[in-house]
Design a protein around this ligand. Structure first.
Ligand code: PLP
Length: 462
């Protein structure tokens, strides 16, 4: 073991040097890999080695074969989907978490995992301006957080479901701009796609409360059981924010569980000037905010908050004898509040990021991203060939070349083929739209300016 650890120390130092150089200058790689499907599989042996290999050989192949197949989400030119950051403090925390390999099944299996999760989510909750009664829990993704919200909603509406199985007719409401994870959650829980109502949106892509009321009336008249409303704060395509006060009023009137999907934009509630956009979310039954989207924490860290943890617990608590522990109300057993049993030490990376950046550091970074998105929107408006197609409340700008979809598709391909920038697309009102999302700590105003100039040049060449 001693000799192995000596080699570990050397290889780990080499790996840290590699990481530091990578984070210093990811621009030396094209943001999108230039490989064809299957190329990495073909380059690697079909079977694992019979005897162990040297760290040098493994690291060499990591650099020579694996890295060229990577899409560099940590690249300043990554402006697709929701750009994000695996920041240095979180990288350190991930290494330490792997070394500890501690598992927060219940309190005794790792008090540090359980308690640091409460502490880090408590700090974040305060920064987001949410009331103290919100209980926090970390899941891997927003998809899984929302699945738990919908399961809790079902438990509230139909407590028998736990024994009998889901009752037909339970119906969930969200806008037509809601993320596909909401519908998937309903699929997984046996609600059925037929019982997911996608409510029309207004001209700014926000759920229309009167259309929601109308759908509820129709469904009630048809004998269905509305049970859950999902409002989105920061939709995936345009980052629109549903009217949260109206959603909370309607949910209260109809006894619905209100879940707010703020996976991307929730982080912006830390900014005092953006907080009004979130007014009403404090009345939600549950909220999801992904630190791995716009809070500088690498995948995976989804912060799930609920003001009704007892309902979540009622839905999921199931303790076999071998997991029983002495009862102490201060020792929270997170396995009782959801599907996963094993719980890795994700809280450590969030705690490192929050401490290293501080609230002011986070505010500064988010403000810069939002400011550059505003500048980009103005540049787009100043070029008559282009149109901006949605408001820009946060750090995502949706735009297109006036005219055919086909030209916009070709434009995006051309920009992404350059290797310097990666933008993505969506569809709005039946039209193909380009999306530029700012979210990486390494991205600068100059990068955004150059990305825009690259788009303009590509348009010239079409
Ligand atoms: N909700 C919204 C609004 C999203 O934009 C996304 C992903 O982009 C998700 C949920 C799903 O996130 P995750 O990949 O963490 O499941």
């Amino acid at each position: 073991m001693k000799a192995e650890l000596e080699e570990f120390r050397r290889a780990a130092c080499e790996a840290v040097d590699w990481i530091a150089a990578y984070l210093e200058d990811p621009r030396r790689y094209p943001v999108l890999p230039r490989i064809r499907p299957g190329e990495l599989i073909e380059a690697l042996p079909a079977a694992g080695p019979e005897t162990g290999e040297s760290y040098q050989a493994i690291l060499r192949d990591f650099e020579r074969l694996v890295v060229p197949a990577v899409t560099h989400w940590n690249h300043p030119g990554f402006l697709a989907y929701f750009a994000c950051t695996g920041s240095p403090p979180a990288v350190i925390a991930e290494m330490l978490a792997a070394a500890l390999n501690t598992n927060g099944i219940h309190w005794l299996t790792s008090p540090a995992v359980v308690e640091l999760e409460q502490v880090a989510l408590g700090w974040l909750r305060q920064w987001l301006g949410l009331p103290e009664e919100f209980f926090g829990e970390i899941f891997d993704t927003a998809s899984v957080s929302s699945l738990h919200a919908i399961a809790a909603a079902r438990e509230m509406a139909d407590p028998e479901a736990r024994e009998r199985g889901a009752r037909p007719g339970l119906t969930l409401y969200c806008s037509e701009q809601a993320h596909s994870s909401i519908e998937k959650g309903a699929l997984a829980l046996g609600i059925g796609r037929r019982h997911v109502r996608k409510i029309p949106v207004d001209e700014e892509f926000r759920l229309r409360p009167e259309a929601l009321e109308q759908a509820l009336r129709q469904d009630l008249a048809a004998g269905l059981r509305p049970f859950c409303l999902v409002a989105t704060a920061g939709t995936t395509s345009t980052t629109s924010v549903d009217p949260l006060e109206a959603a909370a009023d309607i949910a209260a009137r109809h006894g619905l569980w209100l879940h707010v999907d703020a996976a991307y934009a929730g982080a912006a509630a830390i900014l005092p000037e953006k907080r009004p956009l979130f007014a009403g979310w404090e009345r939600a039954d549950s909220i999801v905010v992904n630190a791995h989207k716009w809070l500088f924490t690498p995948l995976d860290l989804s912060a799930f908050y609920t003001r009704r943890p007892e309902i979540l617990r009622r839905a999921f608590c199931l303790t076999p004898e071998y997991l029983r522990t002495a009862q102490d109300p201060r020792a929270v057993n997170l396995m009782d509040y959801g599907v996963p049993l094993g719980r890795r030490f994700r809280a450590l990376k969030l705690w490192f990021v929050l401490r290293r950046m501080g609230r002011q550091g986070v505010i500064e970074a988010l403000r810069s991203h939002i400011g550059w998105a505003q500048e980009l929107a103005a540049w787009i408006e100043a070029d008559p060939r282009f149109e901006r197609v949605a408001p820009v409340p946060f750090s995502v700008v949706c735009f297109r070349l006036r005219g055919e979809d086909q030209r916009n598709r070709r434009l995006l391909e051309r920009v992404n083929a350059g290797g310097e920038f990666f933008l993505s697309h969506t569809e709005l009102g039946g039209r193909y739209v380009l999306r530029l999302a700012i979210g990486n700590l390494g991205t600068t105003r100059q990068d955004v300016r150059r990305a825009w100039e690259t788009v303009q040049r590509a348009a010239d060449e079409l």
